[in-house]
Design a protein around this ligand. Sequence first.
Ligand code: GLA
Length: 365
Amino acid sequence: MNKRFFAISIIFISIIAASCSSQKASTASSGNKGLKDYYKDFFPIGVAVAPRHLAGDEAQLILQQFNSLTPENAMKMGPIHPQEDRYNWRDADSIVDFAQRHGLKVRGHNLCWHSQAPRWMFIDKEGKTVSKEVLLQRLKDHITTVVNRYKGKLYAWDVVNEAISDRNDEYLRNSEWLKICGEEYIARAFQYAHEADPNAVLFYNDYNEISPVKREKIYRLVKSLKDAGVPIHGVGLQGHWAVNEPSRGQLDSTIKRFADLGLKVQVTELDISVYPKEHDARERKSADADTTFTPQKEQQQLEVYKMSFGLFRKYKNVVSGVTFWNIADRYSWLDNFPVRNRKDYPLLFDRNLKPKKAYWEVVKF
Ligand code: GLA
């Protein structure tokens, strides 16, 4: 055997060996069931991501556990459309490409919201507030362009996010959208999205849906849209909950109430904070110093997760998706809300991406 042939054979053998061992590794990991497998007869299990999560150990965890993605920020109006004549597709594209490569579903989030909207949307070149006609035309251009770009690659959109007021004496949030266009902007947003992609499942999405007062306002809005023939297909319950809420009764009646609308219900932004629920950002207090994930917090959180998933399964004919807001306790928006820099542990995986006790309760049924 000459030297060259020997060298080539060694390279060839090592390539075969490497490919066998990587095949073994991937078979081993696909043998580990993930949330998506436990729930395959119920609904897709999604997760909100940023492009930085799509490599390394977080990407592996995503592929093992989830079968749907939501861009955490990349498709919001401000990030994706920072100037009237400029779209920033990079981050949203990278998430959609990753999903396409790996056969994951994608929920678009979101097309019209009072927050993270670019300033230019509402003003003209002189800085004066635009008319209703101009704003609706801008909204139409935005929705048409974004929905068209991802047509056939996204199965659903949160069309309007958080239009309901948190004040007990007020129905709709007094946003720029409402001030300039009146209530009509909501129906228009759904029409524009439906025209751009008639196959996309269109959602109204909001938080604190478990509060009886806010729930009825969301119900009223969605029902009025449906009754007017607006193309709306589902209600997104964000599900930013906590160790002290919702109770079983509260969550059961919430899902039931929205099921009565005859639309699909999705839990779109699930996390369960280990601190009692607070709805508004506030200053740090001395009592916030202890951020240990104690066995007591772990137990309380596990019970809320167990109860919630039990109800999602009970309503499996209505619940068509459950999406977690972030992957693991390594990073959550709740680390900075309602208190800046207060570590929270709201998800099913710990900082090392290992399943927590709550995970095993969610998959035990
Ligand atoms: C709301 C929005 C989300 C996200 C969270 C905080 O729930 O719908 O897009 O901004 O707030 O992360």
